[in-house]
Write a protein of this length. Structure first.
Length: 188
């Protein structure tokens, strides 16, 4: 089986964020069929259609980079019951120019991680709404809202909670199968 290339987009810019720690943990637990690459989104200028006349180099690089992936793993916190602005901006930059979206038809999965009890539920569902419009077939189950983030990791940033580790493994195994399904549909 050919390895599928998966972009990892983390919605938090903080170096030691819970979401970045979770994304790294997920990559470490992933099945061999998936090959992950972190794509940094913090340096993308805010989307402004006027800039399409002379596309910023960072936009062009991001768009080209995203085209090589079979799927996207989004790991994000919740800011004010939605996704962080940096993640929304990346979605906007990648969706333009009209008709040339880098997101179109790629398999997606979402995990939200939060110190709070509801685990980023609002951000998870707002992101799902956007991905429907962008034609990113997003894995439906298992849903992944991870709360209590402050107690999930040891002092080295590794997952210290076995039930979350087991859940994350199941999440990734299901995502690997989902990527295969979506990829086979794209080849028709």
């Amino acid at each position: 089986m050919e390895q599928k290339k998966i972009a990892v987009l983390v919605g938090s810019l903080r170096k030691d964020s819970f979401n970045r720690k979770m994304a790294k943990a997920l990559v470490g637990l992933a099945p061999e069929s998936l090959k992950f690459e972190f794509v940094e989104i913090g340096g993308l200028p805010l989307y402004n259609e006027d800039l399409e006349a002379s596309v910023p180099a960072t936009w062009a690089e991001f768009r080209t980079q995203m085209l090589k992936f079979d799927g996207i793993l989004f790991v994000t916190p919740e800011y004010n019951r939605s996704v962080p602005g940096v993640l929304k901006n990346a979605l906007d930059v990648g969706s333009r120019p009209y008709g040339k979206s880098v997101w179109d038809g790629k398999a997606g999965a979402i995990m939200t991680v939060s110190p709070g009890a509801i685990g980023g539920f609002g951000a998870n569902h707002h992101l799902r709404q956007m991905l429907v419009f962008l034609n990113v077939p997003t894995m439906q189950q298992p849903e992944a809202y991870i709360g209590g983030a402050a107690s999930l990791f040891d002092e080295h940033g590794n997952l210290a909670n076995n039930s979350i580790k087991d859940f994350a493994t199941k999440f990734l195994t299901t995502f690997a199968a989902w990527v295969e399904i979506v990829a086979s549909g794209r080849k028709r």
